[in-house]
Design a protein. Sequence first.
Lengths: 91, 249
Amino acid sequence: MCTYRTELVPVRGSGKGASGWFRVTDASVYLDHPIHAPAGHTLNIDVRNPSLGPAARVALELDAPSARALAEAILAVVDTAPTALLEELTS
Amino acid sequence: MTDAMRAETIRMTGHGGDEIEGYLAQPIGDGRPAAAGVVVIHHMPGYDEETKEITRRFAANGYFALCPNLYSREAPGASPDDAAAVARAAGGVPDERLVGDVGGAMDLMKALPGANGKIGVIGYCSGGRQAFLSAARLPLDAAVDCYGAFVLSDPPEGLPVAAKSLRPLVMDVGCPMLGLFGADDKFPTPEEVAELEKLLTEHGKTFEFHSYDGAGHAFFSVDRPSYRAEAAMDGWEKIWDFFGRYLAS
């Protein structure tokens, strides 16, 4: 089923899409039928830059354990980063 | 009878007079009988190859079939998966716009040379809900809801687009309805399907529902692990029978 629920997150950084690197500004997180992954439903993440058009997108379709592991890994890395480095990351 | 068909991307008029993209498949050739039209509503992942294949399947069986690209406005010219991502970020398709786009597809097919004037609609997944919505809002002749969720209940909170329960519209369903569901589906659950069946009965509507054991959501999707050959094959037979009865000249 399509859950209809989409979490929208403003982001800042870069991503590599079909035509190379680009600045990213927005991310969508939702649970829905995948386009490519061999599953009925996946946790989908689109990291995008709408101002550059629909193709400016880095897409992920993950099963639930992968999505959770990825989220935890991101938090673990960010949470254990040296304070000075974190300040540089957020500046 | 010839089995020739023509299938192509066209521009069509949708909600509010907007020009949108659509995929039209039509039987061609001399001496063919007048044809009914079927509006194919794509699922939330978009206007994809598999939905176009379904559209062609109707033409191969003697129907005009038109699938409006519901994401034309958000992402004109984009690949279907990128367009779906844009539409998803925008919260999906507003109900009012969907009705206008399906109405535009209906009008276009009624005006095609060789049309018999009858129009049906079919939708899968979120399109199943939208087929139900269309049946309540448009002068259609038949509607097929394939496992549409959130027909009687509101989708979860936090939705940018107001896609509300269609419960108040049950009484307005104006055409015969065929519902095809998987008994293992959780959205909609067999209980929700039973409730919808009860409401349609109470309102004196013409409908038939079939639920398939061993099938869950999206059992028609040939490109997904959810595909269930037995249910899908029987489902197609039910569709041909249903449209054959209600869309004939």
